[in-house]
Write a protein that binds this ligand. Sequence first.
Ligand code: HSE
Length: 295
Amino acid sequence: KSVKAFAPATVANVSCGFDILGFAIDAMGDEVEVRLKDEPGLVVVSIEGDEGRLPYEVEKNTCAVAIQAMLDEMDSQVGMEIYLKKGLPLGSGMGSSAASAVAALVAANRLLGEPFEKKNLLPFAMAAEKVACGAGHADNVAPSLLGGFVLIRDYHPLDVIKLHVPHGLHCTLLHPHFELKTSDSRSVLRDNVSLKHSTIQSGNVAGLVTGLFQEDFELIGRSLRDVIAEPYRATLIPGFYETKEAVKGAGALGMGISGSGPTMFTLSKGEEKSQAIINAAQQVYDSIGLGVDSY
Ligand code: HSE
C-alpha cells in the first residue's frame, strides 16, 4: 500500500510577522510517496531533484524526522519507505524543508487511515524544522499544511489562525542565485528588540492583518515593513534595497525577504504587474552580475 502527497512552497514572516505569519504559494512544492513495509522502522529510499545533497539518515532527513515524531506520538512501530521528489530549491527561503516534512506527514497520516486531524500534524512538522534549521518555527509548515495565509498567534500552546486572502492578491518570487541557510540568517538577528521597534512592528502586523480582511491592498503594501529581521538580513542579500525600490516603481505593493532569504517576495494587486516586477528585478541583478529566477 502506498500514498503520495504534495505540499506547497511558502513565504514565511511576510515582512513584519517574524515567525508568526506565512502564506502558501499556489504553484510549486515537493512530493512525497510513502509505502508500508513489513519490518518496523523508516527508510528513505530515494530523493530526486536535490542534486544529491539531502541526507538519507532518518535522524536528519526532514520527511523521516516528521513521520517518526508522528509514530512516536502514536506509540507505533509501523515501518515505512519514503520517496521524496524535490520541486523546491534548497536554502532558498521558500520553505523547502517545510514542504518536504508536510508532504511526508500528510501521506503517512493517510496511509495509516488518518489517525490525526490535519492541524494536529503541525507539531510533528515543527520537530522536523528544528532538525533542518535549528529552530522549530511554524510559519512555513503551518501555511504549507493548511494553505492560504496563516497566523501563529502563540507557540505555547500552539494557536494557529487562518486569515482571509483577498481576491486577486498576487505574489511574485525573486530568487537570486545563491543559498542562505536558515540557521545562518537567524544567527545575524539580535536577541533584543527596542520598545520603539516593537511598537512599529506590532502596528504593521495589525495593519497587514486588517488589510487582508478588508481587502485593502494599499494598507497591505504599507504594512510590509520589518524593523526586526530585515535590516540585518538584507546585508546578506546583494541588491536587496535596489530591488525593493525597483519593484515598487514597477507596481508592487511592497517587497520583503521570503522566510530567511535569499528569495524576495513581492505582493501586487492582480497578476498584471508581475512581468514588470520581474523585469525590474532582472535589471538590478544584471547590473550586479548575479542571476535571478522568478516565479
Ligand atoms: N521565520 C523563519 C525565519 C522562517 O525567518 O527564520 C524561515 O524560513
